[in-house]
Design a protein around this ligand. Structure first.
Ligand code: 13P
Length: 212
């Protein structure tokens, strides 16, 4: 099996796993990863539960469609992560329920919408800003991600959902799951008095495990 065949198989397996557990419904969400000579990305309007490895779209690094079905309309978002954050090997965009709920709230901090609730969100995701709303598939989303200069591994698109970058497919998917579970905790705890991790505890995590 070539590396590209493996990457195609991994996209199908991880996308189905996300779909089967309700992290994506209908044809929402898209997943991409880099390969030697370009980027693989899920086709537009495809369901993450029912992908075919040989129909996954392949595009060049500069955005030309090389093969497979028509690529996701969110290709601009994905490319912006690869370009602005060189450690990125895979990107996951979802409309997962609790992240999307958080992205619709008027009173969250747009620079840092995920407070330090648990160690794993700090270790796997880090600080998460909210990117202002643009319509799905609008190229402007790419420019908004570029403007963040690769500082963040994840963002929430306002009134839309999360975009998470990782070194490889598994780490991007695991981080997207961690972010979704943390958003769920934040919504559950919204009316309760919460004890957050202290700055010293957050620094200890960075020292022990590095930053995402
Ligand atoms: P695509 O079907 O074009 O990938 O778009 C789905 C989506 O999640 C839009 O934000």
């Amino acid at each position: 099996m070539t590396n590209e065949d493996q990457a195609r198989a991994d996209i199908v397996r991880l996308a189905k796993s996300l779909f089967d557990r309700g992290f994506s419904v209908g044809s929402a969400g898209n997943i991409s990863c880099t390969v030697e000579d370009g980027i693989l990305i899920t086709p537009t309007n495809s369901s993450l539960g029912f992908l075919s490895a040989d129909r996954i779209s392949k595009i060049s690094r500069d955005g030309r469609h090389i093969s497979g079905d028509k690529p996701s309309k969110e290709i601009f978002l994905h490319r912006a992560f690869y370009e602005s954050r060189p450690s990125t090997g895979a990107v996951v965009h979802l409309h997962s329920t609790y992240c999307t709920a958080l992205s619709c709230l008027a009173d969250v901090d747009p620079q840092d919408c995920i407070p330090s609730l648990t160690p794993y969100v700090i270790m796997r995701v880090g600080q998460v800003p909210i990117v202002p709303y643009v319509r799905p598939g609008d190229e402007k989303a790419g420019r908004l991600i570029d403007n963040l200069r690769g500082k963040y591994a994840a963002v929430l698109l306002a009134n839309h959902g999360p975009v998470v970058a990782g070194r490889n497919l598994e780490s991007a998917v695991f981080a997207a799951e961690e972010l979704e579970e943390t958003a769920k905790l934040l919504i559950i705890l919204r009316t309760m008095k919460v004890r957050y991790l202290t700055e010293a505890q957050v620094e200890e995590l960075a020292a022990a495990f590095g930053k995402p």
